[in-house]
Every structure is written in C-alpha cells, then in structure tokens.
Design a protein around this ligand. Structure first.
Ligand code: BT5
Length: 275
C-alpha cells in the first residue's frame, strides 16, 4: 500500500503499525494488548498467512486485494453487556468508509447480523459478502478487559480472480464499483477518521442505534439459524435489539412468540441459503 495516511487520522491512536505479512492481525493486536499497549491500537497487513474467520473457518485474501486490519480496545469503560457494540461500530463505520471510498450510494453496503458487510448483487438479487468481522474478547467486566475487532474487506479484488469456492457468495468493492479506482489508503483514512468519532461517542454512552438498525438486511426476511449442536431452523427475522445486540425472530408466517438470539449463541445465520 502506498502510504498517504497522515497523522491527522492516526494521531488519536496509541499505536498504528503496518506489516507486509503476519499470521493474523488479530493475533498481532492481542499480543500488543497482553504486553500493555494502550487503546486504541491498529495493525494492518497486506497479507495474512493464517487469516481466521469464526470457529475453525479461514479468511481468504490474496496480496493487494483486501484490506486486513485489527483494532484493539481496553473496554473497561464499557458495560460487558454492551461489548458487542465495539464490533457494531467498527462494522458500521467500515460500511460507510467503503461507500465513500468506492463512490457507492449510501446504503449500498448493508449489514448481515451479527457482523458481516454484504451487498445485493444487482444482476441476480443474491446477497454477497463484502467483508467479515472477527471479534475476540478477554477479561470483560474486569480492569483487564481486552477486545480485538478484526475486519477483512474485499477491496480491489476483480471478480474474475475470485476463488471458485467463494465466487457465488462473495463480492468486492471492485465488483460493486466497476471502473472506480479502489484505494485501500482512502478506505483506511475515512475509516479511522469516522472511527475516532464513533469511539468517543461510545465512551460517552452514545451508540448509533438507528444507523446500525437501518442497514440490517435481515429485518423482515426468513433466515436459517444454525446452532452449535448442528440443529438448524428457519425463522422470520423481525428486528435487532439495539440494547442487547440480539436478533429478534418469530415463526415463519407470523404468530407464535418472538424470541431473541444472541450472536454468541449461534454458529451461523444464512439468508436464502447463500451466505
Ligand atoms: C468472518 O468469519 O467473516 C470473519 C472474518 C474476519 C477476517 C479478518 S481479516 C483481519 C483479521 N485477522 C484475522 O485473522 N481475521 C480478521 P466467518 O463468518 O466465519 O466467515 C468465514 C467464511 O467466509 C469462510 O468459511 C468462507 O466461506 C468465507 N470467506 C472466506 N474468505 C472470504 C472472503 N474474502 N470474502 C467472502 N467470504 C469469505
């Protein structure tokens, strides 16, 4: 990446470092926090040799094609029940930064509960994953509370280069904005500028509930919930609870009781059986 990011957008960070290659940026930042680095700290890498998704899943990103970064927090100032809001503000801020950097209209990038950034394919109408978020926490509710939020964004990754196993479920900014120069530096610049404001607000107890809720693709559609024990069920996603971060679901076709599902409770949520 060419380095055009100036200290105006990194000055508020306790630490900001870029790497050519790491195992996983989440591990880099977790190591920093263990060693005592203050919040907020950010690591960016061009390549990850063991990029992770949730559970035992891997994250694919060829050199130059993706933005891979992790953000470290010491959220002793945040009620543990609201720790999910760290990933939520990172997700929302990145959605906005992607739209600005790629010249997309506001709302083109949506959120798939709990933390995926997705866009609807304009030809097929299918949901495609633009970015994934991996939140890892330790010691929440103590003075040693630590949280690492990692995000991988498919940036200047041409559709013809998508790996066959992901080609029907992923998208990239290059695909969403053909002909537009996709500069990862611009994304990072806009993202860090907006993140500073979002973190300051969150520290003051303000969460952008309406903006987070408005981007949820799940609202009002059938979803398939996959539980850790292998069970799966199709329900209707009604809404999100901006206090607990839970998905509110009901029986298909209405009727029956509404239930809430917390992010940590499910293994996977599928929309239309695709992502
Ligand atoms: C996620 O997991 O979506 C979280 C991904 C987080 C990646 C970032 S990169 C920086 C930081 N460092 C890390 O090591 N990780 C974080 P999950 O919901 O489990 O989705 C993983 C699944 O998405 C995989 O099993 C694939 O099916 C699919 N996948 C893998 N790479 C993809 C990509 N580039 N674009 C879209 N889908 C992908």
């Amino acid at each position: 990446m060419t380095e055009v990011i100036d200290t105006a957008v990194t000055g508020w960070l306790a630490r900001f470092e870029r790497f050519d290659v790491v195992g996983s940026t989440n591990d880099v930042v977790a190591g920093w926090l263990r060693e005592g680095t203050k919040e907020v700290c950010v690591a960016i890498s061009d390549v990850q040799t063991s990029g992770r998704g949730r559970g035992d899943r891997t994250w694919e990103a060829p050199p130059g094609a993706a933005l891979l970064l992790s953000i470290g927090f010491r959220p002793k100032w945040l009620d543990p029940e609201h720790a999910w809001r760290l990933a939520a503000i990172v997700t929302l801020t990145m959605a906005e930064a992607c739209e600005i950097a790629a010249g997309l209209h506001a709302g083109r990038v949506q959120l798939k509960w709990p933390n995926d950034l997705v866009a609807i394919d304009s030809r097929s109408g299918e949901v495609r994953k633009l970015a994934g978020v991996l939140g890892e926490t330790d010691g929440l509710g103590t003075k040693q509370a630590r949280a690492v939020i990692g995000i991988g964004v498919n940036a200047d990754w041409k559709p013809e280069d998508f790996p066959p196993e992901l080609a029907t479920s992923m998208t990239s900014l290059a695909e969403l904005a053909p002909g537009q120069l996709i500069d990862r530096e611009v994304i990072v610049h806009v993202f860090l500028e907006k993140l500073q404001k979002a973190v300051t607000k969150l520290r003051n107890g303000q969460f952008p509930a309406d903006a987070w809720r408005a981007r949820q693709l799940t609202n009002g559609v059938p979803v398939r919930l996959e539980w850790p024990d292998g069970r799966a069920e199709t329900v209707s996603a009604m809404d999100v609870d901006t206090n607990s971060g839970a998905l509110i679901v009901g029986e298909l076709g209405g009727g029956g009781q509404q239930r809430t599902v917390l992010a940590g409770e499910i293994r996977h949520l599928r929309l239309g059986g695709i992502v």
